[in-house]
Write a protein that binds this ligand. Structure first.
Ligand code: KG4
Ligand code: ZN
Length: 361
């Protein structure tokens, strides 16, 4: 595949509650997005306060073909002009993953183009490279509704997970507080909005694991502590704002203390934050301070590339095709509900977990 300097890839993403497709061109290492469609199912899941897998799978099946056709149409290209079709093949909610993967495989079969199974986490890991000149290596904090992990990204396929949450993801913690306070779903933006008029020092909430070595995190205790405060008596509007602000501050402290430790042991000069929680202003500010204190730069992709999208999947597919790093027999690749990024380590250590926690990936 070397010598091929220009690749155009169709990417498909259906692993959680976004149905997305994108056409991306990779030319001499530079990515250009030719088209990009994201259809969120957030309204389908809002009544339940979280993503319901069966509803997600059905919604993906209903619209995946149309989303893909629209992305192709808007790119101005025909399937003939595409060099490969990449689809998220795990980790994630298996019904949705299968819908996207089958759509991609069917198009690959019909057009004779290669199919490229992509690890959703690799998409997030490479997402800063969609917009910026973001050379390897960098330290990635992937912080979403399903993930909260530090990953050292040294090159394509060269990832080391340095630490992870041992229970809830940070986005999940935001969502759970919002549910307790009836602020709506998704919870993160609602909690951030409510926190604006609150006092972050008002409630003393736990910062779990911070007294321990390593880079693991824990957020379940935070939710329990908040639940106890809520159960203790009626909260005024001000109390609610103070609780949101205190809760957000606790999460920001946990993330930035860990980021600080991670940067201290890292030889690169870039800290990247990706995932839906990267939208949070208090967290961005805290991480920005950490990066600065290590003489490093914080890179936060634009929000549409922080949350689930297909451009990052197309990019991962393009980089893999360009490097000749597509799995053998890709058409027979089976969808994987769990698929850790650094599989070698995961295989060596069964306690490592599968790369996915919580309902979202
Ligand atoms: O990356 P994402 O769209 O989906 C996955 O989890 O894969 O992330 C969604 C998560 C939700 O938990 C949502 O509450 C959280 O990101 N989130 C936020 C904010 N915006 C979204 N959390 C805190 N502050 C925000 N402004
Ligand atoms: Zn994701």
């Amino acid at each position: 595949m070397s010598g091929m300097t220009r690749l155009t890839i169709l990417g498909i993403e259906t692993s959680c509650d976004e149905t997305a497709a994108a056409v991306l061109r990779l030319e001499d290492g530079k990515a250009t997005i030719l088209s990009e469609i994201v259809r969120s199912q957030v309204e389908d899941h809002a009544p339940y306060g979280g993503v319901v897998p069966e509803i997600a799978a059905r919604a993906h099946a209903d619209i995946a073909d149309r989303v893909v056709a629209t992305a192709l149409d808007e790119s101005g290209l025909s399937l003939d002009e595409i060099d490969g079709i990449a689809a998220t093949s795990g980790p994630g909610l298996i019904g949705g993953v299968m819908v996207g993967m089958m759509t991609g495989k069917a198009m690959a079969l019909a057009s004779g183009k290669p199919f490229i199974p992509v690890n959703h986490l690799e998409g997030h890991a490479l997402s800063p490279r969609l917009a910026e000149d973001c050379p390897f290596p960098y330290l990635l904090l992937l912080v979403s509704g399903g993930h909260c992990q530090f990953i050292e990204v040294r090159g394509l396929g060269d990832y080391t997970r340095l630490g992870t949450t041992i229970d809830d993801a940070a986005g999940e913690a935001f969502d759970k507080l919002a549910k307790l306070l009836h602020l709506g779903f998704p919870g993160g933006p609602a909690v951030e909005r409510t926190a604006k008029s609150g006092d972050p020092t008002r409630y003393k909430l736990p910062r779990p694991l911070l007294d321990r070595p390593g880079l693991d995190m824990s957020f379940a205790g935070l939710k329990t502590a908040a639940a106890r405060i809520i159960e203790a008596g009626e909260l005024s509007e001000q109390d609610t704002a103070d609780l949101c602000a205190s809760y957000q501050a606790a999460i920001a402290d946990c993330l930035s203390a860990r980021a600080d430790r991670a940067m201290a042991g890292f030889d690169g000069k870039r800290l990247v934050v990706a995932g839906g929680v990267a939208a949070n202003g208090a967290i961005r500010t805290a991480l920005n301070d950490v990066a600065a204190s290590h003489g490093a730069t914080l890179i936060a992709p634009p929000l549409r590339h922080c949350t689930d999208n297909a451009a990052m999947i197309a990019l991962a597919g393009a980089e893999r095709l360009a490097a000749g790093a597509v799995p053998d027999n890709a058409m027979a690749f089976a969808a994987r509900p769990r698929w850790p990024l650094d599989e070698a380590r995961a295989l060596a250590d069964p306690a490592y977990g599968g790369g996915k926690r919580g309902a979202k990936a």
